[in-house]
Ligand binder design. Sequence first.
Ligand SMILES: [Fe+2]
Length: 291
Amino acid sequence: MPPNPETAAAQPARPFLGFGLGLRTPHFQQVLEQSLPVDWFEVVSENFMVAGGKPRYFLRAIGERYPLVMHGVSLSIGGTDPLDFDYLRQLQTLAEAVQPAWVSDHLCWTGVGGRNSHDLLPLPYAEEVVEHVAGRVRRVQDFLDRQILLENVSSYLTFSGQSMTEWEFYSEVCARADCLMLLDINNVYVSARNHGFEARDYIDHLDPRRVQQFHLAGHSDYGDYVIDTHDHDVPHPVWELYRRALRRFGAVSTLIERDDNIPELEEMVTELEFARRIYTDESAAETDCAP
Ligand SMILES: [Fe+2]
């Protein structure tokens, strides 16, 4: 894909944290004791909401050495239950303690009627849902007094009566709510395979000014369908899609997430170095193409 002149001209002045890892419990001690080529860490907000105790000790100590971002799973921004302001108050309190570079959650719903599915469920891609979600995002941003990032989730089903593509829906919600995107490249790949669309179309249609962070992860490929398991290394097609995203969006803070079958920290760092090398290659190629 050639460099996009429109994108280059409109390269947003977004903060760039570099290359980070999802902070996981088995690695806490090692992260504190060693000097690692990791630029920043992402923490799951809900794991640290109880004040005191060992998790908060490690969070504070690691936060003194590395930039942190907070990533939540409980906002249910697309749900129809009222927004949970008790949860938002806890989130705000944690953010005051952590001082994260930013706060993110997912473009999804997680339950209804007070019941939590403990899953990140996809939304119907339709105009009335855009309006519903964007209104809720604006209220959350007003409450937290900050812009939030929303992550695209992987999906395995579609709703009847949809009137737009997933990337159109994602773009419209973020534009109308004036929020930012945490673009999960693996989730784009997983959903593309499951629903039969072109992953590159997704990347090519997003507004670069909205994209503030990338997630990279692995999945389980069953041939006819793909599941977003986060228990494997980042596979080749996701790296290829990452290259395309870098060419389109430029320098975007990149994070590798692993939630199951968590390897030694050294292995995660090696994978992160591979991401850094791809970024360096793509930046050099862009410079070579410059007039
Ligand atoms: Fe993700």
